[in-house]
Design a binder for this molecule. Structure first.
Ligand code: GLU
Length: 450
């Protein structure tokens, strides 16, 4: 425990005011005591101290002009955290909450998530405090071009390969790739999550949501159970939530909720997936409009959420899939889920549960898929996109999806095996942290003090 305390105290001095980053570090380190004690090299080689310090942090100004002709300024980030296993890989998030702490927590998680996929990708993350909500297409394009005017010099298909995250989808990636090509004159696989018209991979859009549900099914099958017939709560209404809902229907489960930044929908007979896609992927509007088609559904605006948590988690269900954002499931939410009989919590978003909530879920011994294992399907499929680009091939949807499924099964097996090896069978938080850490740590040792 001393190493956790020392590391956090040192981070608080050298990287002040980064609470989400400390949370992510503490969450990983609290699993690592047995593995660190089992191999003295990890301490001799200062692996933890090196891992918590990004290899490189790029922070830059992003000036752009809005439709009214006013100059706007945002902050841009690309944090190249760890390249022991491959080129930096991780998404870009455009959201007003973005700051150095958020990007560092995401980048830190990405290192272990990417390691768990077993694929040759290091960890990085980036983004901006730019808010895409309510912006015109022209404003989005000018912002993306300005962002790229700085970022292009730091990225490349064998150095750092960004992708999407909250607020960044195929449209934004298109504008950024266009500007990259203009600045460098190179047409290459520098982004993933691209449009299918120019180098994207079939199945990438669906991968994070599908992968989370595949992972949940692995955990349940190991417990002689299945998602089939289960009532499921899903939060979020973005890429991860939509395709988690789609896969839940494929498996024969019943997803009854979704949510956005303004409120949550509960629909007893099941969320209408086509309507959800129309509202969010095409109209980019508010979920409240769901009520126009289904007045019988329940809509709870954010202002009416419980003071200590999120409305979605206060419903009775068999399984819960937090697919929106960090710290969206609190201790009170976890307690409500558990006492209402929920048997599985599987994380599609990054670090969606608070540390206290995660501890309560582990203690309750219900099936629990932690984010860095359960949502790794997105980045894993990004690596499949890189492989297709590098070999100038396009795979079929079935081939990508079959790879995704195998990768999720492999992640489950390695996290589960590590949980058994370290005496806590079924504790996938511990297992995923240890399995991911060991891959990165051993590669760092072999590559010397760099
Ligand atoms: N943003 C996604 C994640 O959190 C995907 C990253 C990628 O595809 O590079 O893993």
């Amino acid at each position: 425990m001393q190493h956790i305390h020392d590391t956090l105290a040192s981070l608080q001095r050298t990287s002040p005011a980064q609470k989400e980053f400390y949370q992510a570090v503490e969450e990983v380190l609290s699993s690592l005591t047995p593995v660190i004690e089992s191999n003295p090299q990890y301490q001799e080689q200062a692996i933890i101290q090196r891992m918590v310090e990004p290899e490189r942090q790029i922070i830059f100004r992003v000036p752009w002009v809005n439709d009214a002709g006013h100059v706007q300024v945002n902050k841009g980030y690309r944090i190249e955290f760890n390249s022991a296993l491959g080129p930096y890989k991780g998404g870009l998030r455009f959201h007003p909450s973005v700051n150095a702490s958020i990007i560092k927590f995401l980048g830190f998680e990405q290192i272990f998530k990417n390691a768990l996929t077993g694929l040759p990708i290091g960890g990085g993350k980036g983004g901006s405090n730019f808010d895409p909500k309510g912006k015109s297409d022209g404003e989005i394009m000018r912002f993306c071009q300005s962002f790229m005017n700085e970022m292009y010099r730091h990225i490349g298909p064998v150095t750092d390969v960004p992708a999407g995250d909250i607020g960044v989808g195929a449209r934004e990636i298109g504008y950024m790739f266009g500007q990259y090509k203009r600045l460098t004159g190179r047409y290459e696989g520098v982004f993933t999550g691209k449009s299918l018209l120019w180098g994207g991979s079939l199945g990438r859009k669906e991968a994070t949501g599908y992968g989370t549900v595949y992972f949940a099914e692995c955990i349940l099958n190991d417990r002689q159970d299945t998602l089939k017939g289960k009532k499921c709560l899903v939060s979020g209404a973005g890429n991860v939530a939509i395709y988690a809902i789609e896969k839940l229907y494929h498996i024969g489960a019943l997803p009854v909720t979704c949510s956005d930044s303004r409120g949550a929908i509960y629909h007893e007979k099941g969320i209408d997936l086509e309507l959800l896609k129309q509202l969010k992927e095409v109209q980019r509007g508010s979920l409240e409009e769901y009520l126009i088609t289904y007045p019988e559904a329940v809509y709870i605006p954010v202002g009416d959420y419980p003071k200590d948590g999120h409305a979605v988690w206060r419903n009775q269900a068999d399984a819960a899939f937090p697919c929106a954002t960090q710290n969206e499931l609190t201790l009170a939410d976890a307690q409500a889920l558990i006492s209402n009989g929920c048997q599985l919590i599987c994380e599609g978003a990054n670090m969606p549960t608070t540390q206290e909530a995660a501890n309560a879920i582990v203690d309750a011994k219900i099936a629990y898929g932690p984010a860095k294992a359960a949502n790794a399907g997105g980045v894993a499929t990004s690596q499949l996109e890189m492989a297709q680009n590098a070999s100038m091939q396009n795979w079929t949807f079935e081939k990508v999806d079959a790879h995704l499924k195998t990768i999720m099964e492999t992640i489950f097996t390695s996290a589960n095996e590590a949980s058994k090896e370290f005496g806590q069978p079924g504790n996938l938080v511990l297992g995923a942290n240890i399995a991911g850490f060991r891959k990165v740590a051993d590669a760092m040792i072999e590559q010397g003090v760099v």
